[in-house]
Design a protein around this ligand. Structure first.
Ligand SMILES: Cc1cc2nc3c(=O)[nH]c(=O)nc-3n(C[C@H](O)[C@H](O)[C@H](O)COP(=O)(O)OP(=O)(O)OC[C@H]3O[C@@H](n4cnc5c(N)ncnc54)[C@H](O)[C@@H]3O)c2cc1C
Length: 430
């Protein structure tokens, strides 16, 4: 068969790998000038490693991604350091990445709240019954079982940070999946995620997958028993097409989809993200903390501060210290229309809270990355609203972040759904 894949993110590339291995002729259309999608990175001339545009790491439980890397023979290039994640309490940050550290965290006191926190965490780790949990909101479930204090201190800031105005609507299965599938050791790839993506791209090219960079797909139509992919004003015919972009974009590319499928795509909610990357002359967190969880009500202008070079060595970046400041936001939020300079002005004062010695002169360079589609929002009974991978148009398939539910989006699940889509396209049982 002749197959087109729209998008050279990890989902699209994983699907291409399996489809090509099964003997098919595969072409990937990628609108950007590079592979890697949301997990792509960039590099300054004096850096040996790339930096992800949006902070990225793997968990030890990311079996689909780690399995693919093993198949490709690159497991020696995966690194799993143990960086420090911290929680805010009363103007200070406390390590919070092991049971022992959680027990010592002063934010919950040392009485009943801590016991409730522990039991809720244990229950969520042990249960597999997410179908029951998707019927209630995380807000109401946590209030009931963890209690007001624990919820407001620990879990509400996470929900508010990720989902903004939708935080009360997100279902409890999302929270379950987060707690279930995460580990304290965090992983990356030698050279950065972009190095992995580029190596994977090269591997695919070596297998004679055609990767067309800078190729924006404009429409996909079914005519004369074939699917016609239009890019740069030209149509090319395929037997099958797999789209790995956002649901909104699929709806635009293929308006001939039946109304109920289109409606389902357009009703899916998601958050965008705005992330600033800074290279600094000095280390920001003297304690060497990697990930700061920040409660919005404390007035931070961003949700997460991540000092990448407290995860991987600054030596890979010519001695620069790399810091991210990022937030998940609705697409109309003012950050989307602010310039780099304006955002920097907004963010700079907050950096002193992490190190009082910080000053503007520390900042060598700044980059800002924005995406409209960063985090799907799963509402109550969300499993009923997931669009099928096999669309109602014959030969047209769709695999996106919005369909990996109940799991939270991530490169691991992009690989999983990309490979699942490939199996469906090959007519194999999933
Ligand atoms: C802020 C942030 C932090 C994250 N942190 C992590 C993390 O720590 N760990 C982790 O594993 N994951 C993380 N993720 C999620 C991860 O990046 C995604 O789940 C994953 O990259 C999705 O891969 P994909 O192939 O499904 O989609 P994408 O990577 O979005 O790929 C889709 C591709 O389609 C291309 N495209 C779009 N329109 C067109 C068109 N018209 N024609 C041709 N091509 C087109 C795009 O350019 C893109 O390359 C994070 C994401 C964000 C936004």
């Amino acid at each position: 068969m002749k197959i087109a894949i729209i998008g050279a993110g990890f989902g699209g590339m994983a699907a291409a790998y399996d489809l090509r291995n099964a003997g098919h002729e595969v072409t990937i259309y990628e609108s950007a000038g590079y592979v890697g999608g949301l997990a792509s990175g960039f590099k300054e001339p004096h850096w040996d490693w790339s930096v992800e545009k949006f902070y990225h790491h793997w968990f030890q439980s990311d079996r689909y991604m780690l399995g693919l890397i093993r198949e490709l023979g690159w497991e020696k290039m995966v690194l799993f350091p143990r960086p420090l994640t911290v929680m805010y309490h009363d103007g200070k940050f406390y390590p919070f990445d092991s049971i022992m550290k959680a027990l010592l965290f002063p934010g919950l006191g040392f009485g009943l709240d801590k016991i409730r926190f522990g039991f809720v965490g244990l229950f969520l780790r042990l249960t597999n019954n997410w179908k029951a949990l998707e019927k209630v909101t995380a807000d109401s479930w946590m209030m009931k079982w963890a209690g007001k204090n624990v919820y407001e201190k620990m879990w509400k800031p996470l929900l508010v940070g990720k989902f903004g105005p939708f935080y009360r609507d997100v279902n409890m299965a999302w929270m379950w999946a987060r707690i279930k599938a995460r580990t304290t050791r965090l992983g990356t790839f030698e050279g950065g995620f972009q190095n992995f993506a580029s190596l994977f791209g090269e591997k695919l090219r070596g297998m004679r997958v055609r990767i067309r960079l800078g190729a924006i797909v404009e429409s996909i139509k079914r005519e004369q028993d074939q699917l016609w992919v239009r890019s740069d004003g030209k149509d090319e015919a395929y037997d099958q097409v797999l789209v790995t972009t956002s649901p909104n974009l699929l709806a635009k590319l293929s308006p001939d989809l039946p109304e109920n499928y289109l409606k389902g795509l357009l009703e899916l909610k998601s958050m965008g993200a705005v992330v600033m990357v800074m290279s600094l002359r000095h280390q920001l967190s003297k304690e060497g903390y990697y990930w700061f969880n920040l409660p919005k009500e404390e007035g931070y202008p961003f949700l997460a501060l991540v000092e990448h070079t407290n995860f991987v060595s600054k030596d890979h970046f010519g001695g620069d210290h790399i810091v991210y400041a990022g937030d998940y936001l609705e697409v109309g939020h003012e950050y989307f229309s602010m310039s780099e300079e304006q955002l920097l002005e907004r963010f700079l004062p907050a950096l002193k809270k992490f190190n009082p010695e910080f000053s503007r002169e520390w900042v060598k360079k700044v980059w800002v990355f924005k995406t409209n589609y960063a985090q799907p929002v799963p509402l109550v009974d969300h499993s009923k609203n997931i669009p099928a991978i096999q669309t109602p148009i014959e030969g047209l398939y769709f695999a996106s972040m919005s369909q990996v539910y109940p799991w939270d989006r991530g490169t691991n699940f992009a690989v999983e759904i990309g490979r699942r889509a490939a199996r469906l396209m090959l007519g194999e049982k999933n």
